[in-house]
Ligand binder design. Structure first.
Ligand SMILES: [Zn+2]
Length: 69
C-alpha cells in the first residue's frame, strides 16, 4: 500500500498516511485539527518512470555510465 505524505497548510506539520490508490479520504492535521492538507510525494513512488541514482552498478539506465570494473 502506498504511503503518502501530507503537509498541513495551516501549521506546516507533516504526516504520513497509508492510503489505497484512488482513496478520497480526508486527512486531518493531528496538531491543529485543520483538514486542509496538501499532498506531498513520498519516496514510495521511486521506480515509476524516473530512475534515481542507482546503487546497483550492474545496470546503467542511461547507457553512458563509465565502466567501473
Ligand atoms: Zn496543522
Amino acid at each position: 500500500m502506498p504511503i503518502f505524505e501530507y503537509k498541513c497548510k495551516k501549521c506546516g506539520h507533516t504526516m504520513e498516511f497509508l492510503e489505497k490508490v484512488g482513496s478520497k479520504n480526508k486527512h486531518i492535521c493531528e496538531k491543529c485539527g485543520n483538514a486542509d492538507m496538501g499532498k506531498l510525494f513520498s519516496g514510495f513512488s521511486v521506480g515509476h518512470g524516473s530512475n534515481p541514482v542507482s546503487q546497483d552498478n550492474s545496470s546503467c539506465p542511461t547507457g553512458t555510465c563509465p565502466l567501473s570494473q
